[in-house]
Design a binder for this molecule. Structure first.
Ligand SMILES: Nc1ncnc2c1ncn2[C@@H]1O[C@H](COP(=O)(O)OP(=O)(O)OP(=O)(O)O)[C@@H](O)[C@H]1O
Ligand SMILES: [Mg+2]
Length: 327
């Protein structure tokens, strides 16, 4: 859907922001671009909607070299969440959200109806927040409006530049999870820029780890964490990369120990007691380990899709699962 072919960008002052970049984002895929400040992430993103033109190489969207596509027509297909949100301060939240449909010539009532629908989708009540100005929102609410605005014209492609950058870690994680749930239904082709490795791992189907103007590794988060391609990547993902991998490694049937013979059969409607220490098959090792560490028993029950217990997971099982994912 988005394809970079040997793309270089040199700014007029001689800065090489991006150097011979090649990668591809499949339709419906979410790719995160992660790297230190100034490594060329925003420049890469802006070459997709022609806010920046490459010095060499080509960028294709939907199979077309965008150098030959009218920028206005191109941007119609591409939602853009800019770094620092960039809401218009003197327009209400509703009108901010309706910006693109209005630019596309929708009738005012239709544009506003669409904007209200989008605000609800990102968890804001249009009746409460729609008539406010951006300064009257919290940071997290502003970021939601930024996402709603980018989605308003239902573009197949979304560019998101540090979309959850300006909020505290708790709100950030909530916005990330909400966006992932949304993405599971809308299936946009997404490029998401971040300098936060945890965010890149959590959000990306695949991730591009940037060095200075270059991609050092482009792969799934699990592979980047298990087998960093270069010492730079290993250093960037951090010495605790094995811990980070817990979040992207699922619990599988091979990792389980048999259920103890005396396991009580689950009784539906039993008296309320402590929450059962169980995780579903396919859940992450991170969630499983968190539960294991909170519990005295040293093992967890793992359940199948029908909720029936399939086996138990022990710390040794977690270790086996990580080693297996390595192989
Ligand atoms: N218009 C410009 N003219 C000259 N140099 C520029 C211009 N825009 C960006 N640069 C330089 O290009 C390099 C890449 O900038 P870019 O904005 O792509 O980085 P980034 O990875 O998005 O960084 P950050 O994480 O801080 O947002 C930097 O060295 C920056 O100073
Ligand atoms: Mg940037």
């Amino acid at each position: 859907m988005i394809r970079f072919e040997q793309v270089t960008k040199r700014y007029p002052d001689g800065t090489t922001a991006v150097d011979d970049l090649s990668f591809e984002v499949a339709e419906g895929e979410l790719v995160t671009l992660v790297g230190p400040s100034g490594c060329g992430k925003t420049t890469t993103m802006m070459m997709v909607n022609r806010l920046v033109e490459p010095t060499a190489g080509r960028v294709l969207v939907d199979g077309h070299d965008i150098a030959g596509v009218d920028p206005v027509a191109l941007r119609r297909k591409i939602g853009y969440v800019i770094q620092q949100v960039g809401l218009f301060p003197h327009r209400t939240v509703l009108d901010n959200t309706a910006t693109v449909p209005a630019l596309l010539g929708w009738k005012k009532t239709a544009a506003r109806a669409r904007a209200a629908e989008l605000l609800e989708l990102v968890g804001l009540d249009p009746a409460v927040h729609g008539s406010r100005y951006p300064a009257q929102l919290s940071g997290g609410q502003r970021q939601r409006v930024g996402v709603a605005r980018a989605l308003a014209a239902d573009p197949p492609v979304l560019l998101m530049d540090e979309p959850f950058g300006a909020v505290d870690p708790v709100v950030r994680e909530r916005l990330q999870n909400e966006f992932l749930a949304l993405q599971a239904t809308v299936r946009k082709t997404v490029l998401l820029v971040t300098h936060d490795i945890e965010e890149a791992v959590r959000m990306g189907d695949r991730m591009a780890v940037y060095g200075q103007g270059r991609i050092e590794q482009f792969d799934t988060p699990a592979t980047v964490l298990a087998s960093p391609a270069t010492p730079y990547v290993a250093d960037f993902v951090g010495g605790d990369r094995a811990l980070k991998r817990l979040a992207v490694t699922p619990v599988t049937a091979e990792d389980l120990d048999p259920l103890p013979d005396d396991a009580p059969a689950p009784v539906p409607g039993a008296a309320p007691g402590p929450a059962p220490r169980s995780v579903p098959l396919g859940g992450t090792l991170k969630d499983a380990l968190a539960l294991l560490l909170q519990d005295d028993s040293g093992h967890l029950t793992v359940t199948g899709a029908d909720g029936r217990p399939l086996g138990t997971l022990t710390p040794a099982g977690v270790h086996r699962a990580l080693r297996r994912a390595d192989a």
